[in-house]
Design a protein around this ligand. Structure first.
Ligand code: THU
Length: 160
């Protein structure tokens, strides 16, 4: 038997004013995308913005459905758009912002488990990590340098 330690690290910024110009610009795009979310059931709107190496910004937001599981998260809408429109262009960073019309979201909202798995596929595909920044509506922003920091022991194609 052996014990292994898995550690992860993140940088926490107090608000948008602490981000670099590029990061805050990308987060502003995620916020704009969030405002166009279709979330009539949960009232929880999420926006995602991907910065690609060719300087394209790809946006996504959550799209809900009356048959609840048929909806889709913002992160997967964005990553699949990038994968379908720019399959050979590397992703540099992803910014995520969430807002609820029920209450103020003042904590950073990380991507759900299914989104982490989907994002992981693209990091492996492009053989280079991309940064992820996430926040609520206001308050702190968490930044990690790789999806790996959010999903240790992930499932990948080496198992297939
Ligand atoms: N949602 C996202 O868009 N991204 C996540 O990572 C977590 C949850 C959406 C799905 C659903 O439309 C709403 O937020 C409430 O779960």
């Amino acid at each position: 038997m052996r014990k292994i330690e898995i550690s992860t690290s993140a940088i926490v910024f107090k608000d948008l004013s602490e981000l670099s110009t590029e990061d805050s610009m990308l987060m502003e795009q995620a916020i704009l995308a969030r405002e166009k979310a279709y979330a009539p059931y949960s009232k929880f709107s999420v926006g995602a913005a991907l910065l690609l190496e060719n300087e394209e910004i790809i946006l996504g937001n959550n799209q809900e459905n009356a048959a609840y599981p048929s909806g889709m998260c913002a992160e997967r809408v964005a990553i699949w758009r990038a994968g379908s429109e720019f399959p050979d262009v590397k992703i540099l960073k992803l910014a995520i912002s969430a807002k609820s019309s029920n209450s103020l979201v003042d904590k950073p909202v990380g991507p759900c488990g299914a989104c982490r798995q989907s994002l992981s596929e693209y990091e492996i595909k492009q053989k280079r990590p991309f940064e992820i920044l996430f926040m609520g509506e206001v308050g702190e922003i968490v930044k990690v340098s790789s999806l790996n920091a959010l999903l240790p022991f992930s499932f990948d194609n080496s198992y297939l």
